[in-house]
Ligand binder design. Structure first.
Ligand SMILES: NC(=O)c1ccc[n+]([C@@H]2O[C@H](COP(=O)([O-])OP(=O)(O)OC[C@H]3O[C@@H](n4cnc5c(N)ncnc54)[C@H](O)[C@@H]3O)[C@@H](O)[C@H]2O)c1
Length: 348
């Protein structure tokens, strides 16, 4: 298993990022692409790999060691099941599925076949998040009490030229906030209850352009997530964390503020605040400490982890059930906003 043969299903914007990541790896190579789009053949020719319109034909003919699935959301589970039933491990883009019934189907198949699926919530692999999680595990903040998350930026109007992006189900909650909600679960623990407002007042499309969510975590912490993709503002993981160079970075602006009884942490800057003595309070200076910012690319680290999963050396950092709990949180927020009531995410 020295040079793993990786196939890609779905060679759009995200699939092409995966192609670049594979090209940088010395432990794996791309062997085939499946995508019915008109540009696939030229892309595959340029890369010198086999090309198929249909993933099933690829799986039958090429028999790769592993598959990366980056096709449209509604096809995720069907494609992942085609791989899992053939014993082929999968890196499946987020969201894991479009509803929880599909997630359960995939979880059952993974358990029955013992074939692993890693879901592409790649931010969990970012070294900044790895360090933040370590600090929280070490109780560096004491009892986590409040969580303030922001996702506030401006998408260009041209983003909405594609009609499907203006329709129900393609709003920022499932497309973008699912990443933030996954990180909040990963860092702060499971969410017990949510309340939410979703609004489309700025763009006027059939999906939300702004959101305000209130969260109560199982560990007792409370939090908020405010979001809009129609504001000229610098507070979002995309602009602040520098993960993707297509978004000019705002180095000094945070998007997550976590506060506990012994300290506070801002992300992605990894700045910590603490008093010198236990029992000190607002009359004493609150000291700020900047953690060294660890280097490393989240997508490459995710891919290296996936190779370890394929070799049987690691369990997926985020499997279908775990990603399903993030989807359940998204669904609870949608229901809370529709009804005006408090909702609990469905259990998986
Ligand atoms: N992890 C991230 O940060 C991130 C970012 C962007 C997109 N994504 C996810 O990646 C996936 C793809 O998004 P995108 O932005 O690349 O979309 P896209 O529209 O650019 O690409 C989708 C590709 O899938 C192809 N496709 C359609 N039907 C297919 C089929 N039956 N079999 C194989 N391929 C098929 C299309 O031709 C297209 O090339 C989505 O699930 C999205 O949520 C993840």
């Amino acid at each position: 298993m020295d040079n793993l043969q990786i196939a890609l299903v779905g060679a759009g914007v995200m699939g092409r990022q995966h192609i670049e990541v594979i090209a940088r790896s010395s432990a794996a190579r791309l062997c085939a692409i499946a995508d019915p789009g008109p540009e696939t053949e030229a892309l595959a020719d340029g890369l010198g790999v086999a090309c198929f319109a249909d993933p099933d034909a690829l799986l039958e003919r090429v028999r790769p060691d592993a598959v990366i699935v980056a096709n449209p959301n509604a096809l995720h589970v069907t494609t992942a099941l085609q791989c899992v039933e053939r014993g082929i491990p999968v890196l499946l883009e987020k969201p894991v599925a479009t509803d929880l019934a599909q997630v359960r189907q995939l979880v059952d198949a993974c358990e029955r076949t013992r074939v692993p699926v890693l879901v592409g919530h790649h931010r969990r692999h970012n070294p900044l998040i790895v360090r933040a999680r370590q600090l929280l595990d070490e109780q560096a903040l004491g009892r986590l009490t409040t969580v303030t998350a922001m996702w506030q930026l401006q998408k260009p109007d041209s983003y909405y030229d594609a009609p499907w992006r203006r329709g129900p189900g393609a709003g920022l909650l499932l497309t973008n906030l699912i990443h933030d909600l996954d990180l909040l679960r990963y860092l702060c623990g499971e969410v017990r209850q949510v309340q939410a407002f979703l609004d489309n007042g700025v763009r006027g499309f059939d999906n939300e352009d702004s959101a305000a969510v209130i969260l109560r975590f199982e560990n007792g912490a409370v939090g908020s997530l405010t979001a809009s993709d129609a504001v000229a503002a610098p507070w979002s993981w995309e602009l602040d964390a520098g993960e993707n160079p297509v978004y000019p970075r705002q180095f000094d602006q945070p998007c997550y503020l976590l506060a506990g009884t012994h300290g506070a942490l801002s992300l992605p800057q990894l700045q910590r605040w603490q008093y010198v003595q236990p029992g000190d309070g607002w009359h004493q200076p609150l000291l700020r400490h900047s953690e060294p910012i660890p280097a490393g690319d989240a997508l490459s680290r995710q891919f290296d982890h996936f190779l370890a999963v394929v070799r049987g050396e690691a369990a997926p950092l985020i499997d279908a059930a775990d990603a399903g709990r993030t989807l359940a949180l998204v669904e609870a927020i949608e229901r809370a906003a529709q009804t005006g009531s408090t909702y609990e995410p469905e259990r998986l």
